[in-house]
Design a protein around this ligand. Structure first.
Ligand code: NDP
Length: 608
């Protein structure tokens, strides 16, 4: 154990685990509420204005009525990498349908100040090797990631047939013609032999259902629709001069807020950071990437080596000497592993591994709480910013300026003690009976998660015999690899779930899915198949395999504070048991899927 970040048992202060657990449960209990996901408001009806695209004007166009080989819903990483892999396989008649005004997905919408990837750019940014792009920073900022999306789009010819500012109404299988019929809100009605869906898990913004929210007469917007026309500045970090005389509230302290707050603290006359649950905010240590160093490591196959190294480091029980990536995620996993190796091999049972994992978590969270004391001058504010839960109960955050922002004169933490904002009126908001007058309210309140399929993707897919995907998945998602669904020929879903489920680096899941889809489609075309579909037996066997794994034990740990990771503390129902990944972990999945593709047998799929 020669990792300098690890403290030996001899010098590590003893942690009173019982007291900590009691504190975690006390804090969780303050936050439990009956309404779960229903506490949030969707951006439609009276709130539709919050959803308007502030980045690109909608250009009128004629409806499209043609046929394409492959139609993909979503112009984020999933659609781009699938298009790239298909183009490499010679399938270029590819159309992306995207609700935004350009490619980029999450990076198209989220242009809030400070937006930056939280996983190292070297592995987070897709197709770096193929596009020859060197990330400028260890954690690239939003505009650079958005530009990488556009670069992929240009390089692989994906702009040619793309339909932007277009939302799917329905996708229906036409058995007679063996094509999918796609209709959209721009009155398009076209067909495609194959369809892909990769809309991402977090693309529908939500607002907190705070009483009176609609009454506010000042400026307000969601972080994914940042209005630089009002704030001044831009996504590249130009100062937001429009806020110099403004009192601003930002509601929410998740990963988005953590990145935006330092910029708001600098710009606003007064900033109120309204907190319901603190995030855990660890060191980020961002740095520019040295082109000389990069030239040295960027030898053929480099990005795949880095991806594999990261995933291996993330895999509990897998011994890896080297940590190429060295980001916040590998720090977490290496610490856990260092604990696991202290167990004699004969004692490495699942329960014992979870126990030492818990020890490592307690220790890490104590460090993160100590970091708050080190960085925040006012003791009351520091106390309010400490997160009392296990690190993976909520999305871990990494930032080198967030906590320090609370030392800026005019920046105030408004800690709601887990209860949230009481009410909003014409002039501001109220917390614990105290009213705060503000000019602007920014909602950093996140995105819809964990609701039914059609709610989440915004439309339904009607497969063979008129069966809807939402019906087929009413009792939980069923697929092989998270990609192929029985009853839905020539359809490919792109999601980490039921595949590697590598949450710490989502793009890796997507690039691998892109490879798999391209291999299957190329094979179907080679053998002259009209349809490719997973058999029911193969799908059932895959689901059985998924259920044999450890499941969602961490995310549903009973002491976890509510949040979208655990369905806001509500029982997600039996369907959630299938929202898991390959039982042997992400690294094993990537190896498995590679050999599944390479074998050329495409076991479990029927080509007809
Ligand atoms: P989150 O859902 O993580 O955060 C929403 C915030 O709003 C929470 O702090 C929540 O509190 C708070 N909130 C909700 N209702 C109220 C209320 N009534 N009163 C006060 N506060 C309220 O959304 P984010 O946009 O921050 O992040 C979503 C996800 O997007 C992240 O988890 C991450 O996966 C991804 N992301 C990734 C980034 C990256 O990789 N660089 C950057 C940003 C986001 P509570 O916690 O109590 O529910």
């Amino acid at each position: 154990m020669n990792d300098p970040t690890l403290v030996s048992d001899a010098v590590r202060p003893a942690i009173d685990k019982k007291a900590l657990l009691a504190k975690y449960i006390e804090e969780r209990d303050k936050r439990l509420r009956d309404d779960g996901n229903d506490q949030y408001i969707d951006l439609n009806g009276a709130f539709a204005d919050y959803a308007i695209d502030p980045h690109t004007p909608v250009v009128p166009r004629d409806p499209v009525t043609d046929h394409v080989t492959f139609a993909f819903v979503g112009g984020g990483f999933a659609g781009l990498v699938t298009g790239a892999r298909l183009a490499e396989a010679g399938i270029t008649d590819y159309r992306i349908i995207e609700k935004g005004g350009d490619f980029g997905g999450t990076w198209y919408w989220n242009r809030y100040p400070g937006a930056q990837c939280d996983t190292a750019s070297m592995i987070y940014m897709p197709l770096l090797e193929e596009t020859g792009h060197m990330p400028t920073e260890k954690y690239a900022h939003g505009p650079e990631i958005l530009e990488q999306c556009r670069r992929i789009g240009r390089q692989y010819g994906l702009y040619e047939k793309a339909l932007f500012h277009t939302q799917i109404r329905e996708i229906v299988w036409d058995q007679k013609r063996q094509v999918w019929v796609i209709t959209t809100d721009r009155d398009d009605r076209f067909t495609a032999k194959y369809v892909g869906i990769g809309t991402g898990p977090l693309h529908i913004p939500k607002l907190p259902g705070i009483p009176g929210i609609k009454r506010f007469e000042g400026k307000s917007f969601h972080t994914s629709r940042w209005d630089y026309g009002y704030t001044g500045g831009d996504a590249n970090g130009a100062p937001m001069t429009g806020l110099a005389d403004k009192r601003v509230a930002i509601i929410g302290t998740g990963a988005t807020s953590v990145q935006a707050v330092p910029h708001l603290a600098r710009a606003a006359k007064e900033l109120y950071v309204v907190q319901r649950t603190p995030s855990s905010v660890d060191v980020r240590a961002n740095a520019p990437i040295d082109p000389e160093w990069f030239a040295g490591i960027a030898t053929p196959g480099w990005q795949r080596r880095w991806l594999e190294n990261f995933t291996a480091n993330q895999t509990p029980g897998m011994a890896v000497e080297e940590d190429l990536v060295e980001d916040g995620w590998t720090d977490i996993s290496r610490r856990i592993k260092a604990r696991v190796v202290t167990l004699p091999p004969a004692e490495r049972s699942f329960e014992n591994i979870l126990r030492v994992w818990e020890d490592s978590d307690f220790e890490k969270m104590e460090e993160i709480r100590a970091r708050v004391d080190q960085l925040v001058a006012d003791p009351e504010t520091a106390a309010g910013l400490k997160a009392w839960y296990r690190q993976l109960c909520k999305r871990p955050c990494f930032h080198d300026a967030y906590l320090q922002a609370f030392n800026t004169p005019g920046t105030h933490l408004i800690d709601t003690g887990g209860k949230g904002v009481e009410s909003i009126d014409e002039t501001g908001f109220t917390v614990a009976g105290k009213h705060y007058d503000v000019d602007c309210i920014i909602y950093a309140s996140g995105f819809r998660v964990g609701t039914n399929l059609s709610g989440l993707v915004g439309f339904d897919v009607v497969g063979r015999n008129g069966v809807k995907l939402s019906e087929a998945w009413a009792d939980g998602m069923r697929s092989k690899h998270g990609i192929h669904v029985h009853g839905f020929p020539n359809l490919f879903v792109v999601t980490p779930t039921q595949g590697a489920n590598l949450i710490s680096n989502v793009p890796h899941n997507l690039t691998e899915s892109g490879r798999t889809i391209a291999a299957v489609v190329a094979h179907a075309e080679d053998v002259g198949a009209h349809e490719v579909e997973v058999t029911r037996e193969a799908q059932d066997a895959w689901c059985e395999l998924l259920l044999s794994g450890p499941g969602r034990s961490l995310r549903t740990a009973p002491d976890c504070t509510p949040g979208y990771y655990n369905n806001e503390g509500k029982d997600p129902g039996p369907a959630a048991a299938l929202a898991v990944g390959y039982p042997l972990g992400a690294h094993a999945y990537f190896q498995y899927i590679d050999s599944w593709r390479q074998s050329g047998a495409f076991d479990g799929l029927a080509f007809t």
